[in-house]
Design a binder for this molecule. Structure first.
Ligand code: PGA
Length: 209
């Protein structure tokens, strides 16, 4: 599976540790790929995605360490790093990809303008994404990160887009009910045969259907 970080998945992750402790859930045979990562900030910065997933989920579940894959922004050769990540994802095959929704419609660091054929790559951060980094209590001085592309996300057997809270009401309306466009990258998921949006009532207030 491919997993995101951010505020959205945290309540779900909080449920998983106790479920593993009670033998209701196991990640013993799972493989996890992290969706994205910020570059240009220290590895232990609270905004770093691997750090956040470690803290919110991995410290509390039984995923074997070798089964966790992440994009490494400290790699000397970033072109080789992203090509290798794409190859590892495609070789493993994604059964499930879970995504949050950015305030600008991004998924991962596939910012507005990302097309359906965009692959795993180094991406420039949109100003709204930098603002979220500050909100995570992190260093928002960087302007880049590494992300799984829309192309690899679309290979996933199943995709869940999770959207919560009033602040996402307008963007989730645009993504689900506006045009399918790279200007709102999450809207491209509507072309996926097995994608679903899980939207709480607060985020759903502007949905017409
Ligand atoms: P959030 O971030 O879950 O913290 O709202 C989602 C995103 O920006 O992708």
């Amino acid at each position: 599976m491919c997993l995101p970080t951010g505020n959205t998945p945290r309540p779900m992750y909080v449920e998983m540790g106790p479920a593993v402790a009670d033998d209701r859930l196991s990640f013993g045979t799972a493989t996890v790929f992290l969706l994205d990562e910020f570059g240009g900030i220290p590895e232990d910065d609270p905004a770093r995605c691997a750090e956040a997933l470690q803290r919110d989920l991995l410290d509390h579940i039984d995923l074997p360490a070798d089964n966790f894959h992440r994009l490494d922004p400290e790699a000397e050769d970033l072109d080789a790093e992203v090509a290798d990540y794409r190859a590892r994802v495609l070789a493993a095959g994604l059964d499930l990809t879970i995504l949050g929704l950015g305030p600008n419609g991004h998924i991962g660091l596939n910012e507005p303008g990302s097309t359906a054929d965009s692959v795993t790559r180094r991406a420039l951060l949109h100003p709204e994404t930098k603002a979220s980094m500050a909100a995570y209590g992190g260093d928002s001085s960087t302007d880049w990160g590494l992300t799984l592309g829309i192309d690899e996300i679309m290979t996933s057997h199943e995709v869940w887009l999770i959207v919560t809270g009033t602040a996402k009401a307008q963007i989730v309306h645009e993504v689900l009910e506006g045009p399918i466009t790279p200007d709102r990258p999450a809207s491209l998921l509507r072309d996926h045969p097995n994608a679903r949006a899980l939207v709480d009532e607060a985020a759903a207030v502007h949905l017409n259907r």
